[in-house]
Design a protein around this ligand. Structure first.
Ligand code: ADP
Ligand code: MG
Length: 257
């Protein structure tokens, strides 16, 4: 059996802090995998390791069976791994469409300057990028808002716009860091449907999220971290009744809404 993403005893420490401590997991293609755990457990750090922002101090990270350790973020995006960040990272004074196109220009031959200065030969690539951006906006149901400023969107729409930007790179693996954070129940419901739609397109999803109802209803499998260590892994049913997981969350507010 081959896996799309495999972490094998991956560790990283910052000064004296072991932020991720020998974490292993294997993600099957086409599935939704959640990574949960209390604040500071190391979830975002795992995403930063997979996307080349940090290099592990030990362990292996394999994508499609090949090591990606040592590759930078752009090389990793080019291999088909895209992500969103825990905090919104949009250009409020740019349009919705331009915010999505920026995600593609980092990878294009002409680069962002080529797109701005409109060098000849960049034009065809520009048309291709626009097409991809519109396709991503379509999936996230934001096409009608393409000419609006990003800052004029509702909070839920802004978070969806970030996912559209990641989708425009045409990923095979999509990492979502707390995509539902700050959303109201209705916005969460809409987002859940869109994530299912993305899965139906054949894209594998790796999800960090605090909302337990959201995680439990979407995920095929869940990995649980606490203080950088993997304390449990299994199906949503297995995780909900795991004593180690319940103990890790004691004293923390768990949202089931
Ligand atoms: P989570 O996303 O699970 O809430 P993080 O992965 O953001 O947790 O952080 C895990 C731990 O690593 C925290 O204690 C955090 O302060 C620490 N950490 C994360 N990134 C850095 C960094 N660049 N330098 C120092 N400490 C960091
Ligand atoms: Mg985090």
């Amino acid at each position: 059996m081959s896996y799309l993403l495999e972490l094998d005893r991956v560790s990283i420490n910052f000064g004296g802090l072991q932020a991720v401590d020998e974490v292993s997991m294997r993600i099957e293609e086409g599935k939704i995998r959640a990574l949960i755990g209390p604040n500071g457990a190391g979830k975002s750090t795992v995403f930063n390791l997979v996307t080349g922002i940090y290099k592990p101090t030990a362990g292996r990270i394999l994508y499609q069976g090949q090591s990606i350790v040592g590759l930078g973020p752009h090389a990793i995006t080019a291999l088909g791994i895209a992500r969103t960040f825990q905090n919104i990272r949009l250009f409020g004074r740019l349009t919705v469409l331009d915010n999505v196109k920026i995600g593609c220009h980092c990878r294009s031959r002409g680069g962002m300057w080529g797109a701005i200065l409109r060098w000849p030969g960049v034009k065809r690539e520009e048309a291709e990028i626009t097409a991809r951006a519109l396709e991503a906006l379509e999936i996230m149901e934001l096409v009608d808002k393409r000419d609006e400023y990003a800052r004029s969107l509702s909070y839920g729409e802004q978070r969806r716009l970030e996912i559209a930007r990641a989708l425009a790179t045409r990923p095979r693996l999509l990492l979502l860091d707390e995509p539902a954070a700050g959303m109201n129940p209705q916005e969460k419901q809409v987002l859940m449907q869109m994530i299912r739609r993305i899965q139906d397109m054949g894209i594998t999803i790796f999800l960090v999220e605090h909302d337990m109802k959201f995680v439990m209803s979407l995920s095929d499998r869940i990995t649980v971290l606490d203080y950088g260590r993997r304390i449990a892994a299994g199906t949503p049913e297995e995780i909900q009744s795991d004593p180690a997981v319940i103990a890790a969350y004691l004293g923390q507010e768990v949202s089931y809404g």
